[in-house]
Design a protein around this ligand. Structure first.
Ligand SMILES: NC(=O)c1ccc[n+]([C@@H]2O[C@H](COP(=O)([O-])OP(=O)(O)OC[C@H]3O[C@@H](n4cnc5c(N)ncnc54)[C@H](OP(=O)(O)O)[C@@H]3O)[C@@H](O)[C@H]2O)c1
Length: 327
């Protein structure tokens, strides 16, 4: 079946007329989505926890929003964009959101994790939907201001009002994503796809970069040269591959030596069985439960691994490299 792509003309923003949107959490995504929705003509308020220096509340007030505590913002709005960090969502949902919900409201998440794995179970009389722009918040805002948008996805987990999809699409239009195109996914695919990508792509690429650097240095290369080769050269080609296609890059924009290297050695570097195993672990919820356990324990593994990585030669070299050769 052909995938339906929703664009500006397919979506009616008027479903949000007379409704207040409360952006609950004003971090990387919340700030961008609040600004875009306000510039699209929506009534937007912001919910944060009480102020501390440099906090979300301070930023939202500086940006000219009416800012309320989470609970009051929930009471005041019809559509709630849940833009809290994922691990804190269950706690804030239990303490400030759940008891203030009323029938007919819409809970719009920006990642399906807590709903999919049952850490948040919204009541049957509210809509539970999802809208995710496929980019970090600053980019979502930048594109919007340029008159463009960021590809995104919407999903409906529970339709209490009969028009939950229309509301999800209207939110995506208000944030600017229907300018680029929006697709309808399941909560499961959005969540597991995101978790899978982070493990394989970010995990794999970062470890490959570090292994490339370490191997060159171990074999006598100057660290600054190894750094340039391991990361800066990759940065220069990634946009080209995305803009023109990988084959166009390989056949028309790279050297024949590079093309030969990629086609013959690349497959040796990747362990496809490990990739499939991680996919299975993700589908079975094993990644999610391991991560929730780590969060509950105060992230001991993350803290330990952070220390080792921060002290590595590659990080030190990178800091010096940027000073000497520019960002
Ligand atoms: N980062 C991205 O670009 C991106 C991309 C796609 C989807 N998403 C999704 O968007 C949602 C928001 O992510 P984000 O990266 O924007 O989050 P974030 O910047 O890490 O944090 C968002 C908010 O969470 C609040 N918060 C943190 N700890 C809290 C606590 N213990 N109690 C109460 N509030 C707390 C912060 O308030 P304070 O300032 O007061 O600490 C902040 O306003 C998530 O579902 C994420 O998966 C993010």
């Amino acid at each position: 079946m052909e995938e339906k792509i929703y664009r500006d003309d397919d979506v009616d923003l008027s479903v949000l007329d007379g409704r207040t949107i409360a952006v609950i959490g004003y971090g990387i995504q919340g700030r961008a989505q609040a600004a875009n929705a306000r510039d699209s003509g929506c009534t937007v308020i912001v919910g944060t926890r009480p102020a501390s220096a440099g906090s979300s509340r301070e930023r939202a007030e500086k940006d000219g929003f009416e800012v309320l505590d989470y609970a009051e913002a929930v009471r005041r709005a019809e559509v709630l964009l849940i833009e809290l960090a994922d691990p804190v969502q269950p706690e804030v949902y239990a303490s400030d959101i759940a008891s203030n919900l009323r029938a007919g409201q819409t809970l719009c998440f920006c990642h399906g994790f807590n709903v999919l794995y049952g850490s948040i179970e919204p009541p049957d009389d509210v809509n539970t939907i999802l809208f995710v722009p496929n980019a970090p918040g600053a980019f979502v805002r930048e594109k919007y201001l340029e008159g463009e948008g960021v590809y995104g996805c919407v999903s409906v987990d529970h339709d209490a009002t009969g028009n939950a999809l229309e509301i999800a699409l209207a939110v995506s239009k208000a944030v600017g994503s229907t300018r680029a195109g929006v697709v309808n996914l399941s909560f499961q695919h959005e969540t597991e796809g995101d978790n899978f990508e982070e493990q394989i792509l970010y995990g794999g690429v970062i470890h490959l970069i570090r292994t490339c650097f370490r191997t060159m240095v171990e074999n006598g290369y100057p660290p600054s040269f190894a750094y340039a080769k391991s990361i800066r050269s990759l940065r220069s080609v990634i946009d080209v591959m995305d803009e023109h296609g990988i084959e166009d890059y390989l056949t028309g924009r790279s050297s024949r030596t590079c093309e030969f290297a990629v086609r013959t050695r690349g497959p040796r570097v990747i362990n496809e069985e490990a990739v499939r195993e991680i996919f299975r672990e993700t589908e079975e919820g094993r990644f999610a439960s391991e991560w929730m356990q780590e969060w509950k324990l105060g992230m001991p593994r993350i803290h330990r691994l952070r220390r080792t990585a921060a002290e590595s030669l590659m990080e030190k070299t990178g800091n010096e490299w940027r000073e000497q050769f520019g960002k």
